[in-house]
Design a binder for this molecule. Structure first.
Ligand SMILES: [Fe+2]
Length: 271
């Protein structure tokens, strides 16, 4: 088959821009680190949280082209900010649980004032192996699976994965003294629509990667189940907020486009 000069030029431009886009997405944008800052104003009932600083990151998928250097830079940003808490919102691995070991070598450098907490992602639950929890706990990350930790003025609650586990929100909330504001970690963001509890001042989620590959003037091309109602960013409902992070890693395709890796720094404002 002989191509006309015009068709040859058209195909060359099409494939050339595809290769250039993929090269940019895998070699440049996948290695960027965006630092997103979020201020959450508080009502009277949540005033005890004023001044608290939290860092959020997730979706490492470390066996899918994980980047220890990128995660190390995120850890440095978090440590330089001198946060009170770190919340890791799941999907540490995609399918090979052994990848948790090199990931934890980086995560163990986190130095939050009160502690680092983690929840399970759907991939972690689907490919559960004892090495996952053991490695995270020995790196100083307290895993909350339908569990909670209470502090003097607030509680931290974590859910099992909605898609891969058996979440039980009432069970975990009951471990926090009534009246204390709660910070909730739950991997899948669309779970925000499944409850209405004024104690929950903030839910932090991941799962969507913000779409990972976004089209100009359109946004995410593909979003996962239970990540389509709240794909990225800050959402409010009454006194409760949800923040969905784009996460750090990539799934399936080692590239990001118009959707760089992200670490989130949250500060609760004055009442
Ligand atoms: Fe996920």
């Amino acid at each position: 088959m002989k191509l006309s000069r015009r068709k040859w030029l058209g195909r060359s431009l099409f494939y050339g821009s595809g290769f250039a886009g993929f090269g940019y997405g895998s070699l440049v944008e996948k290695r960027w680190l965006d630092v997103t800052r979020l201020d959450i104003p508080l009502t009277e009932s949540h005033a005890a949280l004023a001044g608290l600083k939290i860092a959020v990151m997730g979706d490492f998928h470390h066996d899918d082209f994980g980047d220890g250097d990128l995660i190390g830079r995120a850890v440095k940003v978090i440590n330089d900010e001198q946060v009170d808490l770190v919340y890791l919102v799941g999907d540490y691995i995609s399918r090979d649980a052994a990848a948790i070991v090199p990931l934890c070598e980086v995560l163990r450098n986190l130095r939050p004032r009160l502690g680092a907490f983690g929840v399970m992602g759907n991939h972690d639950a689907w490919h559960m192996d004892p090495i996952l929890l053991k490695s995270l706990e020995s790196a100083g990350v307290r895993m909350l699976i339908n569990d909670a930790q209470e502090f003097e003025h607030f509680g931290v609650v974590g859910m099992d994965s909605f898609l891969g586990g058996r979440p039980d929100l009432p069970l975990a909330l009951n471990k926090i003294t009534a009246g204390k504001p709660v910070i909730l970690g739950w991997h899948e963001p669309d779970t925000f629509a499944t409850y209405d509890d004024p104690r929950i001042v903030l839910q932090v989620s991941g799962h969507t990667h913000g779409g990972q590959i976004c089209a100009p003037f359109y946004g995410p091309i593909l979003l996962p189940e239970y990540g389509r109602k709240y794909p990225y960013g800050h959402y409010r409902r009454g006194d409760s907020s949800l923040f969905v992070t784009r996460g750090i890693g990539t799934l399936t395709l080692p590239a990001r486009f118009l959707c760089p890796p992200e670490v989130v720094l949250v500060k609760f404002g004055a009442a």
